[in-house]
Design a protein around this ligand. Structure first.
Ligand SMILES: NC(=O)c1ccc[n+]([C@@H]2O[C@H](COP(=O)([O-])OP(=O)(O)OC[C@H]3O[C@@H](n4cnc5c(N)ncnc54)[C@H](OP(=O)(O)O)[C@@H]3O)[C@@H](O)[C@H]2O)c1
Length: 255
């Protein structure tokens, strides 16, 4: 297995992607690379399309040429959040932001034989995420505020990876929503982090997205809970409730 970083492989560079596949001859490619700066994407749409959509075209083309099964990691931001109920794989996407549109563009580069996994609100040991942000802010300030009018499913990268692995090994085609079970708001998630860390959750106050200063350039879906319908109806295992992996992660980060 190889896991090239952005420095080692730019998916926007078609020749580089073709060469990487020619050299390694992968059986499977998990394509998780993306420009994920949701607000940055509003300011530089061409970069978003180049990396997230065109880059996925290159990964799809190279994988097809070398017979590798592709799994593309996509996002809950393909939905506008107006349904007010969990979205299934068969609901119509309608992204609100450049980032969401470019991720949907990436989905459309893949053939019917590929696996597409839409996930949401990723947290884990690596990279930046809300769990780490809450712990860092709580160490430096008494009062914290998190938005309470965006609803989604926190998902933990280790749990997601296990399902991605199973789908890829089975070369299972199609679109799958894969999230930890249960929904909350950023406020609810932040409170849970403090509770597990043994800190006072009352230190966090709820605020509305519109009250954020400065306002965020990219609109976010108010309700992007993903119904993992394709997994559920196929009889495939669902991920655990989000509280379980959150407890593991907070204990690990605060040990
Ligand atoms: N975070 C979420 O809540 C969430 C929700 C749903 C779906 N997703 C999807 O999950 C995947 C992983 O997201 P993440 O949250 O882990 O984001 P992340 O930490 O920003 O990871 C994305 C990775 O892609 C790399 N990358 C950026 N441009 C690239 C390029 N042109 N070629 C190759 N690699 C490139 C980045 O490298 P550099 O940092 O060095 O540029 C980074 O290592 C993405 O596809 C994202 O769309 C994330």
């Amino acid at each position: 297995m190889v896991g090239p970083t952005h420095d080692q492989l730019d998916v926007a560079d078609r020749d580089a992607v073709m060469q990487a596949c020619a050299a390694f001859r992968p059986d499977a490619v998990v394509h998780a690379g993306a420009w994920t700066d949701v607000d940055g994407c509003e300011a530089d749409a061409d970069r978003a399309w180049r990396v997230n959509a065109l880059g996925t075209r290159h990964v799809a083309e190279a994988s097809r040429l070398y017979g590798a099964h592709v799994c593309y990691v996509s996002s809950d931001y393909v939905f506008d959040g107006s349904a007010g109920r969990p979205y299934t794989e068969w609901d119509q996407p309608n992204p609100l932001s450049v980032y969401g549109r470019s991720k949907l563009g990436g989905e459309r580069e893949l053939g019917p034989e590929a696996t597409i996994v839409r996930t949401s609100w990723l947290c884990g040991r690596h990279g930046r995420n809300l769990v780490k942000t809450v712990l860092r802010l709580a160490a430096g300030q008494e009062r914290l505020a998190f938005v309470d009018d965006q609803h989604g499913c926190p998902t933990f990268s280790e749990d997601l990876a296990a399902t991605v692995r199973a789908l890829v090994v089975a070369r299972r085609p199609g679109l799958f929503h894969v999230t930890n079970q249960g929904a909350t708001t950023w406020f609810g998630l932040a409170r849970a982090v403090l509770e597990i860390a043994g800190l006072d959750p009352e230190r966090i106050e709820p605020i509305a997205t519109d009250a954020l200063r400065p306002p965020r350039p990219a609109p976010r879906p108010r309700y992007s809970v993903l119904d993992n319908a394709a997994l559920r109806l196929s009889g495939l295992p669902l991920l655990a409730d989000w509280h379980e992996p959150l407890e593991r992660l907070v204990k690990e980060l605060t040990a």
